[in-house]
Design a protein around this ligand. Structure first.
Ligand SMILES: Nc1ncnc2c1ncn2[C@@H]1O[C@H](COP(=O)(O)OP(=O)(O)O)[C@@H](O)[C@H]1O
Ligand SMILES: [Mg+2]
Length: 256
C-alpha cells in the first residue's frame, strides 16, 4: 500500500478537492482506496459521501484501534472500492498531544490498512500540527496544492521546512511537488508568481497546473468528479485534473 498525503499550511488552496479527485480517479483505475480525513471540517467526507466510512480519524492515533480496524475491514468485498476514515471533533484533542505520543500509533494503524488497500490518501488540516507531522511520518509521498498568491506561497515555504524535518525521521518520504491550483492565466500577478516559483524551486514544482474552474467547485458540492459534470466548461477542467491524477499515480510507483 502506498500512502499519499496532501498538505499545504494555508486553507483553501485545494487539498480536499485534490484528495477527492485522486480518490475518484484511482477507483476508476481499479484500485482499493482508503481515504483518511484529518481536517475536522469534513469537506472530503462530504464530497465522498457515497462511500462507506469505517473509522473516525482520531481513532487512528490510538494504539488500541488496530484490532478494531482489522475487525471492521475483514469482510470487505474483493475488487476496486473506496472506504473513508471520517474526521471527527476529537482531532482537536489529538493535536493537543505531543508527536511522540501519537505518531507511532498512527503509523501502526496505517500499516494495518495495508492488508486491505492499495493506496491510502490522507487529507490534512491547514495547520502545521501534530496530526500533519504524523501523516507525513507515515507517508510515502506528499503533494502540496498551491494558489499563485502571496499567502499561499508563504504557507508553502513553511511546509517545505516541515517536510524537510520529517524526512529525517522518515527518509522514504518523497515530495511530489507543489501543484499550482486555481491558476488564472489572465491575471498578470498570478502569471508572475507562477514564473517566480518555477524559477525559485525548479525541482519542486509539478509540471502541471489546474485552472480556476467553476465546474470543479460544482463537482465537489455534488459529490462527483468533475468529469461527470456535463458542461462544456468541465472538459478542460477534467483534462487538467486527470493529468494530475495520472502524474501522482505514476510517481507513487504502486506495485502491479
Ligand atoms: N481549480 C479550482 N477551480 C475552482 N475552484 C476550486 C479549484 N480547486 C478548489 N476549488 C474550490 O476552492 C475551495 C477550496 O478548496 P479546498 O479543496 O476545500 O481547499 P483546502 O482543502 O486546501 O482548504 C472549495 O470550495 C473548492 O471547491
Ligand atoms: Mg480541506
Amino acid at each position: 500500500m502506498k500512502v499519499v498525503t496532501v498538505a499545504q499550511q494555508k486553507g483553501g488552496d485545494g487539498k480536499s478537492t485534490n484528495i477527492a479527485h485522486l480518490t475518484f480517479d484511482f477507483l476508476e483505475r481499479g484500485l482499493r482506496v482508503a481515504v483518511c480525513e484529518l481536517d475536522p471540517q469534513g469537506n472530503v467526507a462530504s464530497t465522498l459521501r457515497q462511500f462507506e466510512t469505517f473509522c473516525t480519524a482520531s481513532k487512528m492515533f490510538e494504539p488500541s484501534s488496530t484490532d478494531s480496524l482489522h475487525a471492521a475491514l475483514a469482510g470487505l468485498p474483493d475488487g476496486p472500492l473506496v472506504r473513508v476514515i471520517a474526521a471527527d471533533n476529537a482531532m482537536a484533542d489529538v493535536n493537543m498531544r505531543k508527536f511522540d505520543q501519537v505518531a507511532g500509533a498512527f503509523k501502526q494503524n496505517v500499516e494495518a490498512l495495508a492488508a486491505y488497500f492499495d493506496v491510502l490518501l490522507i487529507d490534512t488540516a491547514p495547520s502545521l500540527n501534530v496530526s500533519l507531522a504524523s501523516a507525513l511520518n507515515a507517508s510515502d509521498c506528499v503533494l502540496s496544492p498551491i494558489q499563485m498568491e502571496a499567502y499561499s506561497i508563504q504557507g508553502i515555504r513553511k511546509m517545505l521546512t516541515v517536510i524537510g524535518n520529517i524526512r529525517k525521521l522518515n527518509p522514504k518520504l518523497k515530495f511530489l511537488g507543489m501543484l499550482p491550483n486555481m491558476v488564472d492565466a489572465r491575471d498578470p500577478r498570478q502569471v508572475r508568481n507562477l514564473a517566480e516559483l518555477k524559477a525559485a524551486y525548479p525541482q519542486l514544482m509539478i509540471p502541471l497546473e489546474i485552472g480556476r474552474r467553476g465546474s470543479i467547485a460544482d463537482a465537489m458540492a455534488t459529490g462527483v468528479p468533475v468529469w461527470k459534470i456535463k458542461k462544456t466548461t468541465a472538459r478542460k477542467a477534467s483534462q487538467e485534473v486527470r493529468a494530475v491524477a495520472a502524474y501522482v499515480f505514476e510517481k507513487m510507483e504502486i506495485a502491479a
